[in-house]
Design a protein around this ligand. Structure first.
Ligand code: ADP
Ligand code: ASP
Ligand code: MG
Length: 437
């Protein structure tokens, strides 16, 4: 299979090759591009081959999305990808020029030229193969290679695709896997992965190491410092991620397998999201197969469902209520899909809802954690609207305007801050935290 090819090549790790990814703020203006070029050249001058993946500059992608909305209420997804993929090309061409100016060979490539092959689901395509021959050839000719992040090409439709917001992280990890890079360095505007978003909690602690499992839960619950798919890809292909600052030296956060993490605190981080929408179907027919039809319709429309709650009907003639949360951006597609299947009396939507979560591998053995989360939110007068748990995560849907209070309160309640005394928890029997715990 195509994806296996990339995995096989990933078997041989090369300490002589590094993949460096620079995010939007790290290439925002001319000075930042020159600084990124300087870092890339410094790595090259140490004898390492360098592939750099760049994001679009500053808020370019947001501006492109806005431009599309100015001309179309529901922009055509194929054309959206043609538009969005341009941002990353600009960064790469400019950075290549800056590197040439520093006396090195450099070539910029689009995702398609770099061999990033995806499926054809526009605006959230998945990488299915990496055919990196052109990159290898350029490296062989002593060039630094700049690859436009966040994009690829579908070999089925021959169209340009994009990988979902934050997708340059995944481009970088996929290239590290395909080229056998030992580490994928993700340079960003913070010093690494923190115990909470440092913009909300200034005393948040930088985590020296975090496991793939915890990082997956963190990314899935809103810590956008790494795109969820990049962490999945890194775990599946054994790529170590080093997330670090583009403006300061010093170590950042290593994302590695659980065996390599020494610390196992009860709770590692508090994460949040305000980009979610909630949909409630009222009067859903209470018969087998209905939930399956609803979720199938959403899946076919490429809508990712996060939390789902269904209540049994109170009376025999009443229907059930089914609520679920999705990304706000997906709301129009979800409503279209639901209209087609007509399985409920009504559909209510909340376009902007919030979610706060706590993540920690240590909580597997401590059911009391859930109680502490709910008490803490209750103490702040924050109403919990929906709850979901995994063995290492507890998420609560709350009002969007209370998210930052909730993050601060939970961060303090679990003593996650810099300088807090951290209690190491002995490992116990593995079981899920119970909501009633
Ligand atoms: P880039 O443009 O470099 O890809 P992003 O904006 O995608 O950067 O991600 C970095 C941002 O993620 C930070 O500026 C920070 O506000 C936010 N963030 C959210 N949660 C966390 C966290 N737990 N640790 C670090 N940063 C976080
Ligand atoms: N430019 C894209 C975005 O803003 C991809 C990325 O930055 O990773 O989402
Ligand atoms: Mg990002």
């Amino acid at each position: 299979m195509a994806a296996a090819g990339a995995q096989e090549q990933a078997g041989a790790k090369s300490p002589d090759l590094v993949v460096m990814k620079f995010g939007g703020t790290s290439v925002a203006g001319a000075e930042e591009i020159k600084r990124a070029a300087g870092r890339i050249v410094a790595a090259r001058e140490q004898g390492t081959s360098v592939v750099a993946v760049l994001s679009a500059r500053g808020s370019t992608t947001d501006e492109l999305v806005e431009m599309a909305r100015e001309v179309a209420e529901r922009p055509d997804p194929r054309e959206m990808d043609m538009l969005l993929s341009t941002g990353e090309r600009i960064s790469c061409a400019l950075c290549a020029m800056a590197i040439v100016e520093l006396g090195h060979k450099a070539i910029s490539l689009t995702g398609s030229q770099a061999g990033i092959v995806t499926d054809s689901s526009h605006t959230k395509a998945r990488i299915i193969d990496v055919r990196a021959d052109r990159i290898r050839d350029a490296l062989g000719q002593d060039s630094i290679v700049l690859v436009a992040g966040f994009q690829g090409v579908s070999t089925d439709s021959r169209d340009v695709t994009t990988l979902g917001r934050g997708g340059s992280d995944t481009t970088a990890v996929a290239l590290a896997a395909a080229l056998g890079g030992e580490v994928c360095e993700i340079y960003t505007d913070v010093r690494g992965v923190y115990s909470a978003d440092p913009r909300i909690v200034p005393e948040a602690r930088k985590l020296p190491v975090v496991s793939y499992e915890e990082m997956l839960e963190m990314a899935a619950s809103g810590a956008k410092v790494l795109q969820l798919r990049s962490v999945e890809y890194a775990r599946n292909h054994g790529v170590q991620i080093h997330c670090r600052s583009s403006s300061e030296d010093g170590p950042g956060t290593l994302v590695v397998s659980e065996q390599e993490t020494l610390e196992r605190p009860l709770v590692t981080a508090v994460t949040h999201s305000t980009d979610e929408a909630r949909v409630t179907l009222t009067g859903v027919r209470d018969e087998p197969g209905v939930a399956g039809r609803i979720l199938r319709a959403l899946a076919d429309a490429n809508v990712n469902v996060d939390m789902i709650i269904q209540n049994e009907p109170v009376s025999t003639d009443g229907g059930a209520d089914l609520s679920f949360t999705i990304e706000s951006n997906d709301l129009p597609a979800a409503l279209d899909a639901l209209k087609k299947i007509q399985v409920s009396d009504g559909v209510e939507t909340d376009e902007h809802t919030g979610k706060v979560s706590i993540v920690g591998a240590g909580m597997r053995s401590h059911p009391g954690v859930a109680a502490k989360v709910f008490e803490t939110l209750g103490g702040q007068g924050i109403n919990i609207e929906m709850i979901s748990t995994s063995p290492i995560k507890i998420s609560c849907v709350i009002a969007a305007d209370r998210v930052s209070d909730a993050v601060k309160a939970l961060h303090q309640a679990f003593e996650l801050g810099e300088g807090a005394i951290r209690k190491e928890e002995p490992a116990g029997d593995e079981h899920r935290p119970t909501v009633a715990g």
